[in-house]
Design a protein around this ligand. Structure first.
Ligand SMILES: Nc1nc2c(ncn2[C@@H]2O[C@H](COP(=O)(O)OP(=O)(O)OP(=O)(O)O)[C@@H](O)[C@H]2O)c(=O)[nH]1
Ligand SMILES: [Mg+2]
Length: 249
C-alpha cells in the first residue's frame, strides 16, 4: 500500500535502479461551512496541509468570521450564495483543480481531520474508489452522535441495505472518493440528501466501497442541521425521499 505521501517528495528513485515510484496523489478537501468561526481554524490546523493538494472552504454567506479565519489558516475560500449543504459541496466540486482524490469534511470539528490519512489510504493503494468514515463502529463515537442522527442513520442504512443490497453503517460526512468516480456519479442534491445520494449512486455504479471506523466528538458552536428540530425533520424527510427517488430511477 502506498502511504499518504508528502507532495512532491517522490520522483525518480535512484536506489531502485531507475524504477519510477508512483507520484503522490493529489488530494483535495472540500469543507462546507456556515458560521463556523469557532471551529474552522481547528479543523484546518488538524489537517496535514503539507500533504494536500488544496483545501476549499465553501462559505454560504456566513455572518461571522468563518471566511477570514479559514483563509488565514491556509484554505481557499469560495462563496456560494445558494444555501444548503449540497449546494456548498457542488460549488466546491466546481472549483477543484484536477485532483486524484476528493475528501469531504465538515467544518464543525466533530470529525478528527487528521484521520484523512487512513481515509485516503485504500484509494491511494488502488483497492477502493470510495471510502466512508463510519462513526457507528467505535462506541464513544457512536455516543457522540445526537440520538436523532443515530436512529435516523440506522433507518436510512437499513433501507439502503433492503433496496440496494449494500451494508453501510452510517451516513457520515467525512468521506473520500476517487475524482473520476465522483464525476461518474454526477452529484445533484443541494441540501440534506447529499450524503445518501452519494452512497446510493456509489452502489449503483458498482464502485469499490469500504467503510472505515472514524472518531467523532460533540461539535463546537451552533448546530445547523440535526441539532435543530426543523433541521432534523427536514433532513430526515429528504433522506427518505432520496432513497425512494433512486429506487425508482
Ligand atoms: N456552506 C454551507 N455549509 C453548511 C450549511 N449548512 C450546514 N453547513 C455546514 O455543514 C456542516 C454540517 O452541519 P452541522 O450543523 O454540523 O450538521 P450536523 O452535523 O448534522 O449537526 P450536529 O450534530 O449538530 O453537528 C458544518 O460544517 C456546517 O457549517 C449551508 O447551508 N451551507
Ligand atoms: Mg456536525
Amino acid at each position: 500500500m502506498l502511504p499518504l505521501l508528502r507532495r512532491g517528495s517522490v520522483g525518480f528513485d535512484f536506489y531502485s535502479f531507475g524504477v519510477q515510484t508512483p507520484m503522490p496523489s493529489r488530494i483535495s478537501v472540500i469543507i462546507p461551512a456556515f458560521n463556523e468561526e469557532q471551529s474552522i481554524g481547528l479543523v484546518l490546523n488538524a489537517l496535514p496541509q503539507d500533504q494536500l493538494h488544496e483545501i476549499i472552504v465553501v462559505d454560504n454567506n456566513s455572518t461571522d468570521n468563518t471566511a477570514r479565519f479559514a483563509s488565514e489558516k491556509g484554505a481557499r475560500v469560495v462563496a456560494e450564495k445558494r444555501r444548503g449543504y449540497g449546494s456548498a459541496c457542488l460549488k466546491g466540486i466546481s472549483e477543484l483543480d484536477n485532483p486524484d482524490i476528493v475528501v469531504f469534511l465538515d467544518g464543525d470539528f466533530s470529525d478528527y481531520p487528521e484521520e484523512i490519512v487512513q481515509l485516503v489510504k485504500p484509494i491511494e493503494s488502488g483497492e477502493m474508489d470510495f471510502v466512508l468514515g463510519s462513526r457507528m463502529i467505535l462506541p464513544e463515537s457512536r455516543l457522540a452522535l445526537l440520538p436523532q442522527s443515530r436512529y435516523g442513520n440506522q433507518l436510512a442504512v437499513f433501507l439502503i441495505r433492503l433496496f440496494f443490497r449494500h451494508k453501510y453503517t452510517d451516513l457520515g460526512p467525512f468521506r473520500a472518493i476517487r475524482y473520476d468516480s465522483l464525476k461518474s456519479i454526477a452529484m445533484q442534491d443541494t441540501n440534506f440528501g447529499w450524503t445518501v445520494e452519494m452512497q446510493i449512486k456509489a452502489v449503483k455504479k458498482k464502485l469499490r466501497i469500504r467503510e472505515i471506523s472514524v472518531k467523532y466528538r460533540d461539535r463546537i458552536g451552533v448546530s445547523k442541521i440535526t441539532g435543530t428540530f426543523s433541521g432534523t425533520i427536514k433532513a430526515g424527510a429528504k433522506i427518505i425521499y432520496t432513497i425512494f427517488k433512486y429506487l425508482l430511477t
